[in-house]
Ligand binder design. Structure first.
Ligand SMILES: [Zn+2]
Length: 174
């Protein structure tokens, strides 16, 4: 099965998926790899495997802890199955889907392609799961971390999702 999808493929993919009853979404960044590492090897499938391996080996997770990974070029990687609890926000994993941006947003300026995929993925999940933009959280809302990076503001992202909900409902009908 294809593991790295375009936005259009992602929309088709999530329509047919069986989800757990999620109470929200938590956003992360990889920190490492950052944009400079990705630029040296702009291969999404490769980095998806690296994250999976690191989570398995170093953290002893049963594979990648995030459900989705959004790459700097806007492509979307499929991580853990959405019917399964992830491993990304200690103490709250049973409640939240995990979405991770590749990059370090304490220093990287998010590329437009990645930003479009960010609101696209979050809005489509909000619509698909019947959530509200207020149910989108940052990792740092739950733990002593700066994840997903100081440059990202939660309200800005919730607003971007809010602006696209009606449009997304139309896209998802098609
Ligand atoms: Zn995080």
């Amino acid at each position: 099965m294809k593991k790295v999808l375009s936005r259009k493929e992602f929309l088709t993919h999530i329509k047919g998926l069986k989800f757990r009853e999620w109470r929200g979404i938590v956003l992360h960044h990889t920190s490492k790899p950052d944009y400079s590492l990705f630029a040296k090897k702009p291969d999404c499938a490769y980095w998806l495997k690296v994250i999976d391996r690191v989570h398995r080996v170093s953290r002893k997770f049963k594979g990648i802890g995030y459900h989705f990974v959004i790459f700097p070029n806007g492509l979307i990687g499929l991580g853990r199955d959405v019917s399964e609890v992830g491993a990304h926000v200690k103490g709250h994993n049973s409640k939240f889907l995990g979405v991770c941006l590749l990059g370090n947003f304490n220093k990287d300026e998010m590329k437009e392609d990645q930003y479009i995929s960010l609101w696209f993925v979050l809005t489509s999940l909000v619509v698909r799961l019947g959530l509200l933009p207020e149910q989108i959280w940052f990792h740092r809302d739950f733990a002593a971390t700066d994840c997903p990076g100081e440059k990202l503001k939660r309200e800005q992202i919730r607003n971007a999702v809010r602006r696209h909900i009606e449009e997304m409902k139309e896209w998802m009908k098609g």
